[in-house]
Design a protein around this ligand. Sequence first.
Ligand SMILES: Nc1ncnc2c1ncn2[C@@H]1O[C@H](COP(=O)(O)OP(=O)(O)O)[C@@H](O)[C@H]1O
Ligand SMILES: [Mg+2]
Length: 210
Amino acid sequence: MDPDTAARFGPPFAPAMGMVPAEGQVRLELKGRHSRINPLPRKPPHVIAIYPGSFDPITNGHLDLIQRGSRMFDKLIVSILRNDAKQPLFSVQERIEMLNEVLHVYPNVEVDSFDGLLVDHAAAHGATVLLRGIRAISDYEYELQMALMNRRLGPRIETVFMMAHEAYSFISSRLVKEVFGLGGNITGLVPPSVESRLKARLLNTRIKGA
Ligand SMILES: Nc1ncnc2c1ncn2[C@@H]1O[C@H](COP(=O)(O)OP(=O)(O)O)[C@@H](O)[C@H]1O
Ligand SMILES: [Mg+2]
């Protein structure tokens, strides 16, 4: 590839062509409309990713993504968005407990929660990656919008999408709650500890409502 083409395509071609200076930053000498591309820091030695979501409750779809993500990053922080507007079934504290019950077996996975801007939360943890899952085309539009907004707010933080596993791509927390509330079987859709908590919650609500 000639240097002009390499510069036009940017990383990884430009670095491969030896067009990148040493220390810290990837400086690209670009022409025309590409000249506005901002310099980006190099890959940190320790890549920290944040997997944000409601996790109300965590499903086997989330878990699959976490398991796969934990193999890609040095540290993966599963972080619950504190958003009361969503009227969650489980409180943030309960969701933290549920996540810990399921995730303590992964040594490089941590659990946290946040409010405010996700990019600020990521920066506070030194994270350079946001991990999100895509189940179907219907997820794409919203996820794209979020990813582009987050890039605008925090250009040094990259959103990485992973395709849901085909066995779990139909699972959502909302549907699990709906089916369970109607008496449907959700075994295999959520971790066993989550199923127990759902049962306890349903029993509790029935007793309260009785
Ligand atoms: N079954 C699944 N398989 C893979 N990814 C999923 C699954 N369910 C949800 N996700 C992804 O996990 C992330 C968090 O989802 P969710 O807990 O619903 O929070 P949010 O309120 O951000 O949608 C989202 O990127 C969502 O697309
Ligand atoms: Mg969702």
